[in-house]
Every structure is written in C-alpha cells, then in structure tokens.
Ligand binder design. Sequence first.
Ligand code: F7E
Length: 344
Amino acid sequence: MSKTAFITGVNGQDGGHLAKLLNDKGYKVYGVMRGQMEASHPRAQKFLEEFPYVNLVFADLLDLSSLTHAMQEIQPDEVYNLAAISHVGYSFRDPLLTADVTGKGVTNVLEAIRLAGLADKTRFYQASTSEMFGGLDYNRPETGYTEESTFHPRSPYGVAKLYGHWITQNYRESYGMFALSGILFNHEGDRRGPEFVTRKITKTVARIKHGKQEFMELGNMDSKRDWGYAGDYVEGMWRMLQQDKPKDYVLATGETHSVREFVELAFKEIGLDISWRGEAEDEEGVDQNGIVRVKVNPQFYRPAEVNLLLGNPTAAEEELGWKRNVDFPGLVKLMVEKDLEVEA
Ligand code: F7E
C-alpha cells in the first residue's frame, strides 16, 4: 500500500519540489490550497497543469474545522506543514496576520491531527527556519548554528516561527506524537518567488541581458546568508520523517555569502563584471562598460536585520545521510539560466 502525504503550502516553492519528490517515491499526494477556491479556479488550474498528480484540498490554516475534516477524510501517514507568511520584510508590515498564520496555524494543523484521532499514526513535519537564530554576534557559533544553538528571532516572522517550533516540540512531548521540525537555512531555486533577494537578482539580471531593464535596486548588500538549493532540502525533510524517532535537524550548506557576492556571480553569467563604489546608501555596482547596474534603495531595509547566517548540517549529514548536490555557484547559474529563458 502506498503512503499518503498531506502538504500545506503545496503551491509554494518547497511545496512543488516536495510534491514531485513524494510522487516519484510512490506516495499519494494531497496538497492544501487556501480559501474559497475550487479546482476550476485559474490558480488551481495552473498548479494542476504542472502537478496533475496532486489532489487539491481546499482548506485554510486559520480554520481548524477545515483542517480537521481534511485529516478525517485523508488519514495521512505524513503531514508537511510548509504553509506560512514567509517573507521577512512583509512580516513587519503585517505582524498580527503573520502571528496567526505562521505561528498559530501550526497548532491548528497539530490539533486537526489529534482531533481526527491520528496522533498515533500521522507523522508531522514543521518548517522551522534559520530566522529563529537571529544572526547576532553573541549567539553565533564559529562553525555555524546547530540544533543546540540559542534562538533570538529578529522579525515578526522569526518570532512566529519560533512559536511553531516550540509547539511542535510540545505536542511531541505532551502527546507522544511523531512531530519534528527541520530548521532550514535559506534555500532557493527557479521556483523561488521574485520578492526574495536571490530571485529578484537573477530575474533582473536576465531582464538586463534581454534589454528590458538597465539596473536593479536592492537593500542591505552586506547581509550574508547560507544559501542552498530547495530541491536538495525537500529530500532532507522526507528523510527526517523516515527516522525511528522524531528529532529536529538543521539543513544548511555550511557556507555563507553576501548579497553582494550573489550579485557579482549572477552578472558574471551574462558576461558583466561588477565593481563597487560608494558606501551604504550611496553604494553602486558598475559594469566594465561604466554602466550603473546596481543601486541601493533604503526602502528595502528592514527595521531589524539578520546580518549573518551560517548553518552546520553535520547531524543531518551523519544521521540522515543527507547531502546537498548543488553548490553556491551552481545555484546562481541554474537560477540565471532559468530566468534567461523566462524573460526571453
Ligand atoms: O532576504 C537582503 C535582506 O528576503 C535575504 C525566507 O525564505 O529565508 C528567507 O528569508 C537578505 C536579507 O530572505 C533585498 O535584507 C537586500 O538580509 O531573500 P530574503 P530572508 O529574509 O533571508 C529564511 C530562511 C526564511 O525562512 C524565510 O521564509 O537579503 N536584501 N536587498 C533583500 N531582500 C529582499 N527580499 N529584497 C531586496 O531587495
């Protein structure tokens, strides 16, 4: 008998990668789409064109009864809670909705599993995040954050995710549920939304190559992230749920790079060498022909910033046998190549 998986946030970046992986492994895949939609809705139609094997469930993370009904009907073996308001900058503008969806929504899914009488059967994965660490000087280990590092979230998103992280642990300890969190560092790719910095850069680089745009505007160029490829990370999520005992794991690359480095590599893909002049808000990136390609716009600064994130994936590598296949230059390359096609 094939296993059944239930994915919230199936139409997000990770949801797509995970649905494909689980389908390839022979799972019956159910995916939640939010709101009062039905299969004929254009967004659902577009999704089903790419993922015809996903059985869409129309429910809402804020609506416990819709989730409970879905659990009762589907009786999933595995639940992956990937749905969230996931943009850190946006969470400052809408902190309460972020708390409801990204935080309280986790309890709704856990409660739905319990109310459906599935606490002993269903395995639960929570999408925790490196944003819970905060990247502050005092809590940043030289060799990267691990599962044991202290948390200090720096955004309404990070705070809400930390609630989700702890409530997952609480349900594991209180009810003996197989519930765990993957603490994932940034993971990107050609399914990433253009509101995130990597995709914004690769999309704009492609538009510049095709003569549709002359320069890009970015926020904090000094910010450093541990950027991996999302396709590699969903394999890690699945592996976590196949263990004998529920335990949280960090997934990361163990390398950190600045936004500036990402910009330089992306422009190299289209034959432009960027050099930098000026500082802070006056910094500019100029190509070898003297044309300004990057400007700083403080509009993209955040009220509090996570300056440096570096993860240590040793436990996942040793205990789950997980390893990433795509390195940093490979990630930039695959994203620029895809956007060159999309923008052509
Ligand atoms: O920002 C800086 C920005 O929005 C990365 C989410 O998936 O990963 C993601 O969160 C850095 C930040 O991702 C722009 O200030 C500069 O320092 O791509 P991002 P994020 O905030 O790291 C974690 C692991 C998650 O869990 C989140 O859900 O880049 N930055 N200039 C900019 N960022 C954006 N978005 N746009 C800019 O123009």
